[in-house]
Design a protein around this ligand. Sequence first.
Ligand code: NAD
Length: 433
Amino acid sequence: MRVAMIGSGYVGLVSGACFADFGHDIVCVDKDPSKIDRLNAGVMPIYEPGLAELVTGNARAGRLTFTTDLVAGVADAEAIFIAVGTPSRRGDGHADLSYVYAAAKEIAAALTGYTVIVTKSTVPVGTGDEVERIIREANPDAQFAVVSNPEFLREGAAIGDFKRPDRIVVGTEDERARDVMTELYRPLFLNRSPILFMSRRTAELTKYAANAFLATKITFINEIADLCEAVGANVQDVSRGIGLDNRIGSKFLHAGPGYGGSCFPKDTLALVKTAQDAGTPMRIVETVSMVNDSRKRAMAKKVIALAGGDVRGKTVAVLGLTFKPNTDDMRDSPAIAVIQALQDAGASIRAFDPEGTDQARLVLTGVDYAADPYACLTGADVAVLVTEWDAFRALDMDRVKALMATPAIVDLRNIYRPDEMARRGISYASIGR
Ligand code: NAD
């Protein structure tokens, strides 16, 4: 099938490359010329494991092309995916739909023949109706259907998630569009991934419900972790003790510095706004969002406490900057709030991240970047491990102890064992243990 992907970021590029790998003919469109230039030169604009091989292989085979020219890109496409960003709107937390609507207008003018327009971006309930209205108004003769097909992939594991999803959600009541979507995803449900058809509004809401539920689960275990610290219990044992119950499940029960990333913070906020507008406020999600927001900055207090109550004039080594391992994505990373709070308290920050430094430079100021974990720790008064990259999982603790001015580590991901660190003479604090 011939498919156009509008927006070639974390979702559009991965989806486009995976569809191409299934044998479809894909054009990835982006309005950012530097992204398209890099892709045409075989250079990935983002870090995602396995992506470079997948993109270059399919580009070489002629199934995957890149352009800034939307009109040429969508010509003769049977399906056009909208995978542009939907960040929080400044001021009120609603999803900013300006990129989606701008893409819809551009698509409208370029339509030829019956086309299925698929919203893959995460968009509030009713956005599909508005996209349909925009296209109908701009091009009254166009033959098209607007379908919702939210994406559930995780950065860092995006290709595996796209190729072996737990489910595919498709919101449409148009028979022809249903056939097109079935054909497009056929290679996936041959792998037994269920494809769920539902109404467009229901599909739009399903994505927000999924993210809000996962954010709630994380926030719940984070609060249990705080209680564990207060009463002398161990959150990892609690997680295992509840997670083995199939009704609860063990995923998303790792206590940490609070969720970040490009989805959970903005999507919980947007759902809260949708619910308020609909007159059915979602108090649980409102609370989750508030609790998580204050948690990230509060993590700096643990660092200050381990440094003896004051970090003014001291050097804090920060290991890990991205919101999770195996991505370069810094959007809403907990590291940002932790570093800013430490800088506000007078600390100097030296940081290391395996892939996120370029993105970090765009959002953080006054940070000294080290070339590896040990260089980062050299001479530091205290260290804080923020992201659980593999590179930090087996640090040589004798070397760490010798390099640091004071051997003191705050482990916000519970990678190390308190008894082991005590045995080595390293002061240590973690989460909920
Ligand atoms: P992104 O910022 O990485 O990519 C969006 C791209 O769209 C950018 O490259 C931008 O230049 C391009 N763009 C914007 N307007 C355009 C236009 N009119 N024409 C062509 N290109 C245009 O964003 P992302 O992380 O890929 O997220 C995209 C959507 O997918 C969002 O709604 C997000 O919530 C959702 N989503 C993201 C993830 C994730 O893990 N990142 C997972 C599931 C869903």
